[in-house]
Design a protein around this ligand. Structure first.
Ligand SMILES: [Mg+2]
Length: 305
């Protein structure tokens, strides 16, 4: 198989893997530990089985924004998020607070800062890492641009720099895997080293995920570093897509977001064919695969300039 074909299969695995992990985890969100792990999609909140949530909705919007603007434009991204707000499924507290202010006419810069203060300085949510996959596909071959775009996209909702750094770390992890150079364990170790000085708390969260026992995880907080630790633990707990996403759901808490991020990273590593065939029938699967392909086109056209 050509290198480009392999890249396209991994990018497809990443974006579809995100949607699948999200849709599998959604019915179990905040129900506690999950013993009956899903082999197929289940319906929830009156939505048909296979429906995804805000994680995938906002990732699709991010992909469409990059493709429409020819770059990651935070103004356009904020506008798209604000417009889709009434339709966002399972919107988080920070995102709700920021998007409400933008819809009232405030700039996203003002809205994020005001929301940060309103929420007692707690704006380091895991939303920043749940919608980072399209950015990793668009900029996988340009590390400085990838970091800038990831931090910028996180900043549209999250004022706390921890979320920006964690977003850059997850984007970097996915980019390394898309490049096909390495396995998940090695990519995690490489990203940890990259962030040791730049963002030591992020590096520590990565390390904790690689060494923690299951009962030491905090899957219910939605704090970005707790989620990062849960995702790393889940990635290392399983040997293929299904086992990793099941691990992310099994621990309970924010099961859709942890399923989504774990699924995106695992898919970037092993490609779309590692996702069980019946799971590949997730909502809007063909649109998601088309977007993944267009993001690869975008990344290759940038590098050709
Ligand atoms: Mg969600």
């Amino acid at each position: 198989m050509s290198e480009e074909k392999e890249l396209r299969e991994r990018a497809a695995g990443c974006l579809l893997g995100l949607a699948v992990g999200d849709a599998l985890g959604a019915p179990f969100e905040f129900y506690g530990k999950v013993t009956d792990l899903p082999q197929e999609f289940k319906s929830y909140n009156d939505l048909p089985a296979g429906s995804f949530t805000d994680d995938t909705q906002m990732s699709i919007a991010t992909a469409e924004s990059i493709l429409a603007c020819g770059k990651l434009d935070p103004d356009d991204l904020a506008k798209r998020f604000a417009e889709m707000m009434p339709d966002i499924r399972g919107i988080g507290k920070i995102t709700y607070c920021v998007l409400r202010k933008i819809r009232e006419g405030h700039s996203w810069k003002h809205a994020t800062e005001a929301a940060h203060l309103e929420l007692g300085g707690k704006s380091a949510g895991n939303g920043a890492i749940m919608r980072i996959a399209p950015i990793a596909i668009a900029y996988w071959n340009d590390i400085p641009a990838l970091s800038r775009a990831a931090e910028s996209a996180a900043g549209v909702i999250h004022h706390d720099k921890l979320s920006h750094d964690a977003a850059a770390a997850v984007a970097q992890l996915i980019a390394l895997l898309l490049s096909g150079a390495t396995f998940i364990e090695q990519a995690l170790a490489a990203v940890e080293v990259m962030f040791l000085e730049k963002a030591p708390q992020v590096a520590r969260a990565l390390r904790e995920g690689a060494t923690a026992r299951e009962n030491e995880l905090s899957p219910q907080t939605c704090f970005v570093l707790d989620s990062l630790t849960c995702v790393v633990w889940s990635l290392l707990e399983g040997k293929d897509y299904m086992e990793r996403v099941h691990a992310a759901i099994r621990i309970g808490g924010d099961t859709d977001t942890h399923g989504a991020i774990t699924g995106a990273v695992s898919g970037a590593s092993t490609g779309v064919n590692d996702i069980p065939a019946n799971w590949r029938e997730v909502e809007r699967a063909s649109d998601i695969l088309r977007l993944a392909d267009k993001l690869v086109d975008f990344s290759l056209s940038r590098s050709a300039v």
